[in-house]
Design a binder for this molecule. Structure first.
Ligand code: 5RP
Length: 228
């Protein structure tokens, strides 16, 4: 079964002072999801938003809020984010010891969709048990830059991880994040990524709708080849 493209502008590149209108602008341009980067200033050297901002945005949109938790203690965020209206909850595998089963269970019981993310230096094998669990994650996010900041350069070597995942799990949602745009989408889509996070390439474009459409077309085309 082919996976579907999900184009998720990273709101980290938006004007936070006008978050609701920026979000609506991206949805009007054709975005499927809104990617929300939650950073605690500890797991990564940057501090962004938390549950109060998600709650404020939720009052203005019904869109899927794809929350990426770059935080040291993801368990602490489950209840506040669920109450705030988050849709997806993607935590980092590097933050866990043996408590991932409880974390996934709590994310699901709070009505959110669990995902797991890997930093560039983390072997992809570390997520296999979470994808194959009885109560599994439903998405793997392969970071294609060091997490923490927008506008960095895509690391093409991360595509090996995407290829391994796509071969092993044909119907898994595989997200890529960092440096994605018109010049890097072909390599990511042909490796098998179907959920595309893009910040500066979308927000910085004269015609963001054209970039979103190009990203979607690349994923659709690559998926047709991959399932043949
Ligand atoms: O998670 C992130 C940073 O940690 C951002 O989502 C990501 O970097 C997107 O920005 P850009 O497309 O400009 O690279």
């Amino acid at each position: 079964m082919a996976v579907t493209p999900k184009i998720a502008p990273s709101m980290l590149s938006s004007d936070f002072a006008n978050l609701a209108s920026e979000a609506q602008r991206m949805l009007d341009f054709g975005a499927d999801w809104l990617h929300m980067d939650i950073m605690d200033g500890h797991f990564v050297p940057n501090l962004t938003i938390g549950a109060p901002v998600i709650e404020s945005l939720r009052k203005h949109t019904k869109a899927y809020l794809d929350c990426h938790l770059m935080v040291t203690n993801p368990l602490d965020y489950v209840e506040p984010l669920a109450k705030a209206g988050a849709s997806g909850f993607t935590f980092h595998v590097e933050t866990l010891k043996n408590d991932w089963e409880e974390l996934i269970q709590r994310i699901k019981s709070h009505g959110m969709r669990p995902g797991v993310s890997v930093k560039p230096g983390t072997p992809i094998e570390e997520v296999f048990p979470l994808v194959e669990a009885e109560n599994p994650v439903e998405m793997v996010l392969v970071m294609t830059v060091e997490p923490g900041f927008g506008g960095q350069k895509f690391i093409p070597q991360m595509m090996d991880k995407v290829r391994i995942l796509r071969k092993k799990y044909p119907s898994l949602d595989i997200e890529v994040d960092g440096g994605l745009g018109p010049s890097t989408i072909e390599v990511a889509a042909s490796a098998g990524a179907n959920c595309i996070v893009a910040g500066s390439s979308v927000f910085g474009a004269p015609e963001p709708a054209q970039v979103i459409s190009l990203l979607r077309n690349s994923v659709e085309k690559a998926q047709q080849t991959l399932i043949q």
